[in-house]
Write a protein that binds this ligand. Structure first.
Ligand SMILES: Cc1cc2nc3c(=O)[nH]c(=O)nc-3n(C[C@H](O)[C@H](O)[C@H](O)COP(=O)(O)O)c2cc1C
Ligand SMILES: CCCCCCC(=O)C(=O)O
Length: 356
């Protein structure tokens, strides 16, 4: 397949329509969902010429984790809805591609099994773990310990979801529960003491409306691993992240699934990059479908980007091979766009190469 749009079409044919809607959809009128992609179409690239860049080097190291390219896998829930191999397939493909996989806390496969699958594909895979910090901090700590023991290299706390966004497609389809046989496996067996030792008890993820900077400080006190926050859209929050010693931020609107009518991430990136001033790595997700999208984000100040739905489409269309194809398509597309922009390394891209 030649484009992410073709993968999406193939995925749509294979998926239960309610599950397709869950993966594809956004909040309410889906204005932000559309805007994430269309904002890239409004930006124009200005190439530099005669820079003699024979061969590109796309690799980078983010907070101690090497990645073969600045395109990471964003955390997305419930991969076994997309394909029976679920997160195991995604983990193998990401590890084979040498890129960082941010595993969702809401995975339908246990982190231990995801890590084992990734290690089958690469000896030292770059696995990070996304957290919805739970109001019960003791419970949150148990998840942290479990992910650390599995070998994850960073935690990414999602901060854009004090409550879950309203997704009208899910309401229309009455899609509010996983089908029988699927569960949020990372929460299994963590609540025995309080749930009377029921080993099959899977506690539901709770959104924490009370989340604040003290919780981030609490987490930093509980782990030696880098702690990033995901879901920053305001420059002042980016400054506060630096102030509070956060290791990195992800400029994200949750793929348009939380607060509808917030701007496209690419449109707030320049002010956030300026606010951070290089003090910590800035990642961005939302709407990346082409190598040129990633080039624009890196030129405007992101250190790396992440893709959510494209990976789900690859998974649904072809399991592990499908995810590998999506990642290699994005790598080749990015590499070509970088070359055409006159860059040898992503860091060669500069803001003056993007025009509105
Ligand atoms: C189906 C789906 C599930 C998601 N699940 C999570 C999740 O569990 N945790 C999280 O922090 N973000 C989640 N996200 C948001 C993604 O991490 C990411 O921000 C978004 O998908 C990026 O936009 P893109 O899909 O246009 O690439 C999810 C997104 C989708 C589409
Ligand atoms: C209450 C279950 C939360 C799972 C959320 C997954 C997610 O973030 C999404 O956007 O969907």
């Amino acid at each position: 397949m030649r484009s992410i749009a073709e993968f999406e079409a193939a995925a749509r044919e294979r998926l239960d329509p309610a599950h397709y809607d869950y993966f594809a959809g956004g909040a309410q009128d889906e204005i932000t969902l559309r805007e994430n992609e269309s904002a890239y179409k409004r930006l124009r690239l200005i190439p530099r010429v005669l820079r003699g860049s024979d061969k590109r080097d796309l690799s980078l190291t983010l907070l101690g984790t090497p990645s073969s390219m600045p395109i990471l896998v964003a955390p997305t829930a419930f991969h076994r809805l997309a394909h029976p191999d679920g997160e195991l397939a995604t983990a193998k493909a990401a590890a084979r591609a040498g890129t960082i996989l941010i595993v969702s806390m809401a995975a339908t496969t246990a982190i231990e099994d995801i890590a084992a699958a990734a290690r089958e594909a690469a000896p030292d895979p770059g696995l990070w773990f996304q957290l919805y910090l739970q109001p019960d901090l003791e419970f949150s700590e148990a998840i942290v310990r479990r992910a650390e023991a599995a070998g994850v290299k960073a935690f990414v706390v999602t901060v854009d979801s004090p409550v879950l966004g309203r997704r009208e497609r899910d309401d229309r389809n009455a899609f509010h529960d996983l089908p029988p046989g699927l569960a949020v496996e990372n929460l299994r067996n963590l609540g025995e003491n309080r749930s009377g030792g029921n080993a099959s008890h899977v506690r539901e993820i709770v959104m924490s409306a009370g989340l604040n900077w003290d919780h981030i400080a609490w987490l930093r006190g509980k782990t030696k691993l880098p702690v990033l926050i995901k879901g920053v859209l305001h420059a002042e929050d980016a400054r506060l992240a630096v102030h509070h010693g956060v290791a990195g931020i992800v400029v994200s609107n949750h793929g348009g699934r939380q607060l509808d009518t917030v701007p496209a991430t690419i449109d707030v990136l320049p002010e956030i990059a300026a606010a951070v001033g290089g003090a910590l790595p800035v990642l961005l997700d939302g709407g990346i479908r082409r190598g040129t999208d990633a080039v624009k984000a890196l030129a405007l100040g992101a250190d790396a980007v992440a893709v959510g739905r494209p990976v789900v489409w690859g998974l649904a269309a072809g399991g592990r091979e499908g995810v590998s194809e999506v990642l290699e398509l994005l790598r080749a597309d990015f590499d070509q766009a970088l070359a055409l922009c006159g860059g040898r390394h992503p860091a060669d891209l500069t803001p003056d190469q993007v025009r509105r």
